[in-house]
Each structure stands twice: as C-alpha cells, then as structure tokens.
Design a protein around this ligand. Structure first.
Ligand SMILES: Cc1cc2nc3c(=O)[nH]c(=O)nc-3n(C[C@H](O)[C@H](O)[C@H](O)COP(=O)(O)OP(=O)(O)OC[C@H]3O[C@@H](n4cnc5c(N)ncnc54)[C@H](O)[C@@H]3O)c2cc1C
Length: 493
C-alpha cells in the first residue's frame, strides 16, 4: 500500500524542496550544499550503504579499494573533506612516485622531466621528435570525409596521433585511457573525454602553447577573484594523489553523517510522476513498503540506464539518448603476495599495460606503496583492473578465472617465477563501471538537456556529465545544487 509521505497539492507544507536520488558522491555533495542553503532535502539510496562506486574494504590486516583507488586533490574535494571533519584523515601519496608502462617485456618509467624524456627507452628517437614537434604546434589539420561525416569530432586515436604521433598514442595515451576510462581509443571522443586538451588545441600553439595560455588565464582569474585562501585547507604538492587514512569511503560516510536522517538507505526510487502543480511525486520502495514522496525539484544522480528507465514516460527522447551511453564491465582484482615474491621493489604508483602487449590486465596500482597502513608487515598488495571496452568478455568469467588471469599477468610483469599463490582479497566485478564519453556524447547530452527543458525542476548530474573522477563529481554536484537553488528561488510552485 502506498503511504503518502508528503501531501500533494499546491500549498502542501509537506512538499520537499529537493529529492536527491542516489547517495554516491555526486548526490551527497549536492544534498549537503542544498541544506547549507536552507533547502529541505531527502537523499534516497537503494543500497545499504552510501558511496556508490566508492568502496573501501578491509580484512586480514589489509585495507583496499574496490572502486576509485585515489583522487586528484582538487580544491572542491579538499574543501568538502575539511568541512566534514576529515582534515586530519587526509593522506597524500608521494608525487614523485614513477608511473611505469610495460613495454617489450620491461617496466619503463613514464618520463616526467626533459632529461628523462631524452633518456627514456619508451619512445624511439623518431617518436620523441614527432611528439615534440606536435606538442609545439606542428600538427596536420583534422580532415577527411569520415571525420566530416561525424561533424569533425575526432576519436582519441585521431586527435593524439595528429598531435603526438602514433608511437606516443600506442605507448602513452592508450595505456592512460585504459587507466582512466577502461576505454577504447577508437570509440572515445577526444573533445568529450579530454575536454581540457581539446580546449588547449583551440588556444593555438599546440598542446604546450595551449596549456601555457590556459595556465596563465587561470592564474589571472585567481588573482582577480582574490579570495583569501582558507588556511585549514591543505596544499598538496604537484602530482600528489590523495586518500583518507581509512580509505576513500570515509568521505561519503562523513558527508552522509552531516546530512543525518536526511539520507535514507534501502529506499529505491521506482517511478516518477509530474503533478498538475508542477512538482514531482516519486514512488519509492522502502523496507517498510511503498511510499510516495513529493518534491518541488528532483536531482537524479544515478547511472544512465536507471535514469533512462525513470524518464521513459516523462521524456522519451532523453531516455533514448541516455540509453546510448555505454558503461563497459571492469573487474578490480585485489591480490597480495609476500614482499619477497616480487621481482623488484614496488617503488612507484603502478604500471599500465598497452593493449599491444597481449596481456588481459589493463593496469596495476601498487596500492600498499601509495598510502600508509594498507598491508601487514611482510606483504604488499596490488589493485588490478581487467576488462573494459576492449575486453567486455570479463563479465562472463567467474571470479576464480578472473583472479587466475590477473595472477598469470602479474607473474609475467612483477613476480618471481617461484612466487606463491596469491592471497585474493577481492574480485569486484563492476558490470557497468565507467561511462564512456564516445563519439556523439555531447550531442546525446544536448538532446537530454533540450528534452528536460519541458520538465522544470528535474535535474540530472553524475559522472557521465562533467567528468568521471571523484573530484569532477564533487564539483559538478555542487554546481548542480546551485542551479537547483536558483530554480527554487524563482520556482513556479
Ligand atoms: C572501478 C572504478 C575505478 C575508479 N577509479 C577512480 C579513481 O581512481 N579516481 C577517481 O577520481 N575516480 C575513479 N572512478 C570514478 C568515480 O569513482 C565515479 O565516477 C564516482 O564515484 C561516481 O559517483 P556518482 O555519485 O556520480 O555515481 P555513483 O557512485 O554511481 O552513485 C549512484 C548511486 O545511486 C544509487 N542508485 C542507483 N539506482 C537507484 C535507485 N533507483 N534509487 C535510489 N538509489 C539508486 C546507487 O546505489 C549509487 O549509490 C572509478 C570508478 C570505478 C567504477
């Protein structure tokens, strides 16, 4: 039986300002920002825990991540962490830890200085020269009938081959894309997935010249804004990645704690209706039965296939466009071996593996090197990513088979021949892991935005819109909260 949680009607005092669907980091950030603007908010989450993709686990003296393994410490993320009381829990990895690429049977560091670049064996002399010429603006124009048919939108392979040459694409760009998107460089759109890079090109002078101009403009903007920096907010060094002493899940948990009983766990949104008064009435399955909740605005922070289902009756064009966004399956395999089982010290961030190496694993994070307290004495664990857009068959494999595949790949790259069997801490298969910003992504989002103009008060935000990283979700969630607040201030209810 449906229980009416908030009354329907134009003057109902029980109508919420905003109902947020999904307690991942996007939804939680937006909800916190709205409550700080004195808006009445409820966050509904269908799982038993908050955090969505962010999943920290522990056992047998290990602490590991099954979703994001670290984050770029963006100003918005650090501000949020400090605000929810996690300042002293922040930990930063050494920014100088090398990143390795497995190339022709060796782990070669990605060069980070001009000297290291010239000494590096990752690229041939010709490849280095090609990269430098392109980076400084000696690039062929983007052209061809196929490209014209796509409205000039280049794939990542096309864009970076033009700018940096095919060697750099195979040995640097493609492994990096595997590390961020678990994606396919022939399907992803350069302008959607690497918006900042595409903007740099637009500035002229190649990627280096464009980067300098962007940097200078940012400095000018910061000087103009002239806000006093908050001394509470830590200032990590360039290249440092962050986490929390007890893992990344500490962040969504601390935000949820601030929101208190405004967060409802095991409450699943099943259907959305628009009322004659311009509000939204939402059917919610709760442990106590079905409930109906009414709100003046609605923020959906769930993955696209769920948004598509929820919007099917209200905005079929938006629903159809969202269905076209692909999330490939990815497994995170966390395995530990005694430290003396490794062929080399784990003295870096980790290693990426170009697809041409013929291995299934996309990359390995040397997790216990990054942050303190992640493994017991005498042990080291790694987080391995396998699957993605170039190996979707992973979704049909058993956890044991996935772990065996990762172990076989690690034996080729990192382990001694007589290394013992691994301690398999977790095999977490994300059946729909990371949204792919493929060719046509922006057009899909434009279609969705146009369809939603007919549904004022209905907002969407999650990692398929403004970037996939945790920092992007925090920034985007906060910006969406500001837009909702503006809507409510001049709202039609
Ligand atoms: C394997 C993996 C590795 C990653 N690595 C990194 C990394 O190292 N660094 C980094 O910065 N980023 C990383 N990311 C990306 C980042 O973690 C995500 O983009 C981000 O956490 C997404 O947050 P979100 O709140 O937008 O969505 P989600 O985390 O997907 O949250 C959506 C929430 O909605 C809930 N929900 C779904 N349906 C309903 C419903 N009907 N009713 C109520 N609730 C519902 C879900 O249970 C979920 O909690 C990684 C992601 C994955 C999957």
């Amino acid at each position: 039986m449906t229980e009416l949680t908030a009354g329907l009607g134009p003057s109902s005092a029980g109508v919420l300002d905003t109902l947020v669907v999904g307690a991942g980091i996007s939804g939680l950030t937006a909800a916190l920002r709205l409550t700080q603007r004195d808006r009445s908010v409820l966050v509904l989450e269908h799982q038993e825990r908050v955090g969505g993709c962010i999943t920290t686990a522990s056992g047998e003296g290990f602490l590991w991540e099954e979703g994001p393994n670290s984050f770029a410490p963006t100003p918005e993320l650090l501000e949020l962490a400090v605000e929810v009381g996690l300042r002293d829990e922040l930990v930063f990895a050494d920014g100088n830890l090398p990143r390795y690429v497995y190339w022709r049977g060796e782990l070669l560091p990605v060069p980070m200085t001009p000297g290291a670049f010239w000494r590096s064996r990752l690229l041939s002399e010709g490849g280095k020269l090609r990269l430098l010429l392109g980076a400084f603006g000696f690039t062929p124009p983007a052209m061809g009938p196929e490209l014209a048919a796509r409205g000039g939108e280049e794939t990542i392979r096309e864009f970076f081959s033009r700018h940096l040459g095919s060697e750099a694409v195979e040995r640097l760009v493609s492994p990096f894309v595997s590390g961020v998107y678990a994606g396919d460089i022939d399907a992803l759109s350069a302008s959607a997935a690497f918006r900042r890079m595409a903007n740099m090109e637009a500035q002229g002078g190649g990627l280096v010249g464009g980067a300098m101009r962007v940097l200078l403009a940012r400095r000018r903007d910061r000087a103009k804004a002239a806000t006093k920096p908050n001394p509470q907010i830590p200032k990590p060094k360039r290249g440092q990645l962050g986490s929390f002493r007890t893992g990344i899940q500490a962040l969504p948990e601390a935000v949820a704690a601030k929101l208190g009983d405004r967060v409802k766990l095991r409450w699943r949104v099943e259907k959305i209706h628009r009322t004659p008064y311009g509000t939204y009435a939402v059917d919610v399955a709760t442990p106590e039965g079905l409930q109906l909740i009414e709100a003046r605005s609605l923020l959906l922070t769930v993955p696209t296939q769920i948004v598509a289902d929820l919007l099917w009756n209200l905005a079929p064009e938006a629903s159809q466009a969202l269905q076209g966004i692909y999330y490939p399956p990815v497994a995170c395999v966390i395995v530990a071996y005694p430290t003396d089982a490794y062929r080399r010290p784990l003295d870096g961030f980790g290693n990426l593996i170009p697809r041409s190496a013929g291995l299934k694993t996309l990359g390995t994070i040397w997790a216990s090197t990054l942050f303190p307290g992640r493994a017991p004495e005498g042990w080291a664990h790694t987080i391995n990513f396998i699957g993605g857009a170039t190996y979707p068959d992973i979704a049909q494999m058993t956890p044991d088979a996935i772990a065996q595949q990762v172990d076989a790949d690690l034996r080729q790259i990192l382990l001694k021949p007589d290394a013992p069997e691994p301690k398999v801490l977790a095999v977490r298969l994300w059946r729909r892991a990371i949204p792919q910003y493929e060719i046509g992504h922006q057009r899909r989002l434009d279609t969705v935005a146009a369809a939603l103009e007919r549904l004022p008060g209905l907002h969407l935000y999650s990692n398929y819109i403004g970037g996939v990283s945790v920092g992007d979700c925090i920034k985007g969630g906060a910006a969406e909260a500001a837009r909702i607040d503006q809507y409510l201030a001049g709202g039609s209810h």
